[in-house]
Structure formats: structure tokens, C-alpha cells
Design a protein around this ligand. Structure first.
Ligand SMILES: [Zn+2]
Length: 58
């Protein structure tokens, strides 16, 4: 019998500071903004308008 029911077993590590840095991905051409996702580089995201890879902005 499996008892994989531990609470808090897969908790994400605490981020730096409070709230985390204001990171976002921005299209260099039209300024489209997309929220930065952890583990996903901005380059892997593309602007829906220009189809260009987004760049990170802090
Ligand atoms: Zn764009």
C-alpha cells in the first residue's frame, strides 16, 4: 500500500526578498509584454504580433 500523502512534500523553494524581482519579457519591436515564467527563458517566448523572440527586462 502506498502512502504518498505527505503535506508540503513538493514545496517550491522560497524566492529572494519579498515578492520576487519584477521580471518580464518584452517584445523589442512593439513593446508587447508577457509575464516572466520561472524556468522559461524569454527567448523561448514569441510576440503574438511580430513573431519575434521576447527579451528579458528587469
Ligand atoms: Zn511585437
Amino acid at each position: 500500500m502506498l502512502m504518498a500523502d505527505e503535506p508540503g512534500a513538493r514545496r517550491p523553494p522560497p524566492g529572494f526578498g519579498r515578492g520576487g524581482p519584477p521580471e518580464k519579457c518584452v517584445c523589442p519591436q512593439c513593446g508587447y509584454e508577457a509575464p516572466k515564467r520561472r524556468g522559461i527563458p524569454c527567448r523561448s517566448l514569441t510576440c503574438p504580433n511580430c513573431e519575434l523572440p521576447l527579451v528579458g527586462e528587469i
